[in-house]
Write a protein that binds this ligand. Structure first.
Ligand code: NDP
Ligand code: MG
Length: 390
């Protein structure tokens, strides 16, 4: 069977967990690379540039870009820098698909740049849709750009929706599964003293540090709830969350006739990454097959909303609309950064994220939100969280 896929990819965040797995997938299925980007990991980006020969590489850290330019002087590869460079990689010509796998809402402007240039997007960077969901989805619809989910839950839902009636009219409910992270079953009192290394021990997935901490606080599932609302145009009251410790059932959809369809597979991000690249085709994968007898049983529980309060803040934010989702995301990015630096405790992340829901923000539900509004609220909330943590 011919497994060659001739798509040309620009990969934003190619040195990260998703980025390196995407390169593994694309090597196996035969795609080519037009651009690669990283923040400051010069060594890995240089190796990738020599191996995959893209036309453009970008380092958002300006000093790192200057150094990489010297290191790649013997090659024809162009080296650009900063956020402008990231947007250049997102809108590069002769590219079929932009994989956005940078971490944080810094991914928003490159997503908008890709849309403006008419490039389809494989989206791992969920913060883009949390901070700017309405803006991004409207721009994509206007330009006819496809946004293909990479996040495993959203890929699962996307796969369950293939063949659904047009407009999802028969769709009743989305059910997002959550592993529960390393602190499943623990109560607040037991989490007062947990440290960074405890939060970085995810039971099922090996991911970048920020999303691993988001999984420990369960902010990740709150972000995914907002992401699902925008990707599938489903009201938040029709999106449920269930804890599923084994991460084998990646999410489910329920139709009006109460038939529920799930997508299953071993927990390996290369499956959803590959599907976003090859959609609507399927090709053989390097990932091992699922043998259900290995697991024996699959378990499901309701989330503990008293302990993992970030989910409540995200649900409240998407209900309230306007700039609240931008605000909870900004609070979380800043709080996670402070936690990683040892400046605040684990439970402070949830406290700080919830605290922004008490603030009044410009623009209410239904009012159109601009990129400038989003960037202003993001900066303001980060400043407030920094001050609150002093
Ligand atoms: P990593 O931290 O492993 O990688 C992040 C990538 O983004 C790296 O290439 C990094 O470059 C780059 N980067 C970091 N900071 C910046 C910045 N300020 N500007 C531009 N680029 C930057 O993250 P993951 O791969 O784990 O996650 C990427 C995205 O995918 C996140 O939004 C995450 O929520 C989502 N996701 C991840 C999953 C996973 O399994 N990892 C699963 C589902 C979703 P450098 O190496 O130089 O720092
Ligand atoms: Mg996920």
């Amino acid at each position: 069977m011919d497994t060659q896929n001739t798509k040309r990819l620009s990969i934003l965040g190619s040195t990260g967990s998703i980025g390196t797995q995407a390169l593994d997938v694309m090597e196996k299925i035969g795609c080519t690379v037009t651009a690669l980007t990283a923040h400051s990991n010069i060594k890995t980006l240089e190796e990738q540039a020599r191996r995959y020969c893209p036309r453009l590489v970008v380092m958002t850290d300006e000093k790192a870009a200057a150094e990489l330019r010297i290191r790649l002087a013997d090659t024809p590869v162009k080296v650009s820098a900063g956020l402008d460079g990231l947007c250049e990689a997102a809108s590069l010509g002769n590219t079929d698909l932009v994989l956005n796998a940078v971490v944080g809402m810094v991914g928003l402007r490159p997503t908008l740049a890709a849309i403006e240039a008419g490039r389809d997007i494989a989206l791992a960077n969920k913060e883009t849709l949390v901070a700017g969901g309405a803006l991004v989805m409207e721009a994509a619809a206007k330009r006819g750009v496809k946004i293909l989910p990479v996040d495993s839950e959203h890929s699962a839902i996307f796969q369950c929706l293939q063949g659904a009636p047009v407009g999802n009219r028969a769709l009743k409910r989305l059910i997002l599964t959550a592993s529960g992270g390393p602190f499943f079953g623990k109560k607040k009192a037991e989490l007062e003293q947990v440290g960074l290394q405890d939060a970085l021990q995810h039971p099922n997935w090996n991911m970048g540090a920020k999303i691993t901490i988001d999984s420990a606080t369960m902010m990740n599932k709150g972000l995914e709830l907002i992401e699902a609302r925008w990707l599938f145009d489903v009201p938040p009251e029709n999106i449920d969350i269930v804890i599923h410790r084994e991460s084998v059932v990646h999410s489910l959809v329920e139709y009006d006739d109460n038939s529920v369809i799930a997508q299953l597979g071993v927990p390996d991000m290369r499956i959803p990454i590959q599907y976003a690249i090859t959609w609507p085709e399927r090709v053989p994968s390097p990932v091992r097959t699922l043998d259900l007898t290995e697991w024996g049983k699959l378990t499901f529980y309701p989330p503990d909303y008293d302990t993992f309060v970030c989910i409540n803040a995200c649900r409240a934010a998407i209900f309230r609309g306007g700039l609240y989702p931008t605000a909870v995301n900004a609070a979380n990015e800043q709080a996670v950064d402070l936690f990683r630096k040892g400046k605040i405790g684990f439970l402070d992340i949830g406290r700080l994220v919830c605290s922004v829901m008490d603030r009044s923000l410009p623009k209410s539900k239904g009012e159109s939100v601009t990129l400038e509004d989003i960037l202003a609220v993001d900066a303001e909330i980060r400043r407030i969280i920094l001050e609150a943590a002093q």
